[in-house]
Design a binder for this molecule. Structure first.
Ligand code: HH2
Length: 291
């Protein structure tokens, strides 16, 4: 197994180019706030699953200092059912339309090419795909739409069966190989590296120990040459470490976000924006320490 190598010596590892914003990830790490317009997401399902409540929630996150809004219409929790594209888009469209007026980058969390196409036609800034653009036509679509930012995340299989797919020889090398290969294909299709961030996919097709190993060795993924976006927020590994239920994982989630940033992540995807923003302010005031 080869280890990851940089896609292009000319790409800046700290700029993330998106449709309307060039995000400078060197200045400070950014907080991506999760807005799930779903009845069944693992931690906030049903809390803002209609458009007015989801839009109110976006506004609340803006007040809390969110840098990016990440709007999802389909849960990816283990065992979640798949929606069709029309139903997913029916949930997303009014919220995405409203969010595009809020002055921050809008990301859409989806695995489906058809949903991506509709979101890109509205002008969204980022496509965040936990399947790393493996749906048919997704790579070509993102190559055609020459400006949207992209987050490629590692997972195996589909949410329904992913927790059976945890057989790795070396989880860090295999995640790095996967992300490097997905990025290489995208660049070959015509996407410039500055549009891409990479995500190891904490909690996706990984055991507790594999998630912890990935976090400990997260810096190895920096050799891929693109910024890391991570999502630890409220995940079950934090429950395994602390013994806390999903609605009691705020402190663990903030600790995880700060640790991930200390180990090189530049975007943290979180449910609890206010607490994370404060924690990262303290981290910066302490001189942005790196481990
Ligand atoms: N995690 C979730 C969903 N999307 N995207 C990225 N890039 N990284 C992640 O770690 C990630 C993600 C799962 O969290 P959530 O959206 O709260 O739950 P659900 O999928 O059940 O809606």
């Amino acid at each position: 197994m080869t280890s990851a190598s940089s896609p292009s010596s000319s790409s800046s590892p700290s700029i993330w180019t998106t449709t309307r914003f060039d995000l400078d990830l060197a200045e400070r790490p950014l907080v991506m706030g999760v807005v799930n317009v779903t009845p069944d997401s693992f931690s906030d399902g049903g809390q803002h699953d209609d458009a007015p409540r989801a839009i109110d929630f976006c506004e609340r996150l803006l007040g809390e200092g969110v840098d990016i809004l990440d709007i999802g219409g389909e849960s990816t929790r283990p065992g979640a059912p798949r929606l069709d594209a029309d139903e997913e888009w029916r949930r997303l469209e009014p919220v995405v339309r409203a969010a595009l007026n809020f002055g921050v980058p809008v990301s859409v969390d989806t695995c489906k090419t058809e949903v991506m196409r509709r979101a890109l036609d509205l002008g969204v800034d980022i496509i965040n795909d936990v399947q790393a653009l493996r749906d048919e036509g997704a790579e070509a679509l993102l190559a055609e739409h020459g400006s949207a930012g992209i987050c490629l995340m590692h997972m195996r299989g589909q949410p329904a069966g992913m927790q059976q797919l945890t057989d790795y020889e070396d989880v860090v090398l295999e995640v790095a190989d996967f992300l490097g290969e997905r990025m290489r294909r995208l660049i070959e299709a015509g996407v410039v590296p500055e549009r891409i961030t990479l995500d190891p996919g904490y909690g996706f097709a990984k055991t507790v120990e594999q998630n912890l190993e990935l976090q400990r060795r997260q810096r190895e993924l920096l050799s891929l040459g693109r910024p890391l976006l991570i999502g630890w927020s409220r995940k079950s590994t934090l429950g395994a470490v602390t013994g806390r239920s999903v609605d009691e994982r705020l402190h663990a989630s903030v600790a995880a976000a700060v640790t991930a940033v200390t180990l090189g992540a530049r975007v943290v995807r979180v449910h609890d924006v206010a607490a994370t923003v404060d924690a990262l302010k303290v981290w910066r005031a302490f001189g942005a320490p790196e481990a």
